[in-house]
Design a protein around this ligand. Structure first.
Ligand SMILES: [Zn+2]
Length: 71
C-alpha cells in the first residue's frame, strides 16, 4: 500500500511529480482518453501525464465508452 503523499494533478508520489515541467501542447482535434480503472490505480501509469500534456483532452476512467458521461 502506497502511503507517500501524492500530487493531485498527476496522481504520482510527490517525489516523482514532474507537473512543473509539463507544458500542454495545443492541437485542433479533441483527444478522448478512456482509461481502465485498474490501470488508473497503477503507480506506473502515464495516462495522467499524457492528459496534462494536451490542451484539448477529455480523460475518463471507465470500463466502456457507453458508460461515460461525456461533455
Ligand atoms: Zn504532479
Amino acid at each position: 500500500m502506497n502511503q507517500a503523499p501524492q500530487c493531485s494533478r498527476c496522481w504520482k508520489d510527490l517525489s516523482l511529480c514532474i507537473c512543473s515541467e509539463i507544458q500542454a501542447i495545443p492541437h485542433q482535434i479533441q483527444v478522448l482518453i478512456l482509461q481502465h480503472p485498474g490501470e488508473a490505480k497503477s503507480p506506473l501509469t502515464t495516462t495522467r501525464l499524457v492528459a496534462l500534456g494536451l490542451q484539448n483532452v477529455v480523460h475518463r476512467v471507465g470500463l466502456s465508452w457507453g458508460s461515460l458521461n461525456l461533455p
